[in-house]
Design a protein around this ligand. Structure first.
Ligand code: GLA
Length: 382
């Protein structure tokens, strides 16, 4: 990846970058749509991600190139800076990070040249947006001579996404990309937020099936779920759903439209499942963990309604397969990927059987990824 990045940078800008940074994608292990409701969540940084290279430039401009498009985008970094549209929209994550630096008391580089390459499938629900935000945050602060704490970089990425890109996401993706560690899960109590790592049992394996499907309205649907959760919290008389108990929800059921009741039930019970998974992990009981993962998916399917027939099909197949502890959609939903937690004997041939059954029904092959955990975002040079 580093070689591909350097080659891209040199051919675009005719020289060497002064900083290089990388940030991983993530698997949402469990804690679906709990983060912006103040709940808890567990995720894993994976051994794939985004690499960026940059150097300072004159003229108050930023120039972007990327491995995923032949386009070269130039932007004036002035007070008129605004969100880009159409085929320039891919630079919004980087611009958002630059624009939000002062909100954390950090200097902005006045102008820069910037390249990125990725081995993370975009739109798969593997946190590619957060990975570019974290890598950009590391690179731009290094260019400006700043070295912010990890937690600041995480918050910077989320703020860029919330306020510049315009997605009301929580802190899960950025937190996991920032605090990831090989052979560990990242635990986040989103109210702090407080970040911690939890060791992963040695025989835990992740298989991800990317359906390459994405609901055309995915951003709007995510925002709608966010709104429904906030409305439900208001009707229950709490600031965030994390403060509501199952008993409170039942007592006030009549005060909520049924759809908001179901959204709240998913979130409140999901927070309970995160706690149960932590306890099962501490016992090394992966079978119990797997059952909770599949229960999370069933709740997405019926209560939160962020699953799709494609994702449900994969979960049904995987949950019934030998050596699979459990399976669920990973990330925001409405398409994307399913992840399965398996033991070490689940093999490529087993994954291919599931993929073949999927292809027979839906007429397209899902991509199979046997992912390992990996380290969090880091400055590689500079
Ligand atoms: C997306 C968002 C996260 C989180 C998940 C759902 O990945 O970016 O903040 O809300 O969806 O759990």
């Amino acid at each position: 990846m580093k070689q591909a990045l350097l080659q891209l940078f040199r051919s675009a800008f005719g020289g060497e970058p002064t900083v290089i940074a990388r940030a991983p994608g993530r698997i949402e292990f469990i804690g679906n749509h709990t983060d912006y409701n103040g709940g808890t969540v567990l995720g894993a940084a994976i051994d794939r991600g985004i690499w960026v290279a940059a150097r300072a430039a004159q003229g108050g401009r930023a120039t972007f190139v990327s491995g995923h498009t032949p386009a070269r985008v130039e932007i004036a970094l002035d007070s008129a800076l605004s969100k880009q549209t159409g085929d320039r929209a891919w630079v919004n994550y980087q611009l958002g990070v630059w624009a939000k630096l002062p909100a954390f008391g950090l200097r902005q580089p006045a102008g820069f040249e910037f390249a990125d390459v990725s081995d993370l499938p975009p739109g798969a629900g593997l946190g590619s947006s957060a990975a570019i935000e974290l890598a950009t945050g590391l690179a731009l602060t290094a260019l400006a001579g700043e070295a912010p704490a990890r937690e600041i970089l995480v918050k910077l990425g989320r703020k860029a996404e919330n306020e510049f890109v315009g997605v009301p996401c929580g802190i899960l993706d950025q937190g996991v990309s920032g605090f990831g560690q090989r052979d560990h899960l990242v635990f986040i109590d989103c109210r702090g937020p407080v970040f911690a790592t939890v060791p992963l049992p040695a025989d835990a394996h992740f298989w991800v099936f990317n359906t390459h499907t994405k609901h055309a309205l995915v951003d709007g649907l995510y925002a709608a779920r966010h709104r429904e959760c906030m409305d439900a919290a208001r009707a229950l008389g709490v600031a965030l759903l994390v403060e509501a108990t199952p008993a409170l929800l039942e007592a006030k059921r009549a005060a909520l439209p049924d759809v908001n009741y179901r959204r709240a039930k998913h979130v409140i019970e999901e927070i309970g499942r995160v706690g149960a998974v932590q306890a099962a992990l501490a016992q090394g009981d992966l079978a119990a963990v797997g059952k909770l993962l599949t229960a999370s998916h069933r709740s997405s399917q019926t209560l939160f309604e962020n699953s799709t027939p494609e994702l449900d099909f994969l979960v049904d197949r995987l949950a019934a397969a030998p050596h699979v502890h459990g399976a669920r959609l990973t990330g925001g939903g409405f398409g994307g990927a399913v992840m399965a937690l398996t033991d070490g004997t689940f093999a490529q041939a087993d994954a291919e059987q599931v993929a073949a059954a999927y292809a027979a029904k839906f007429g397209a092959q899902p991509a199979i990824l046997h992912l390992k955990t990996g380290p969090g975002a880091e400055l590689v040079a500079g």
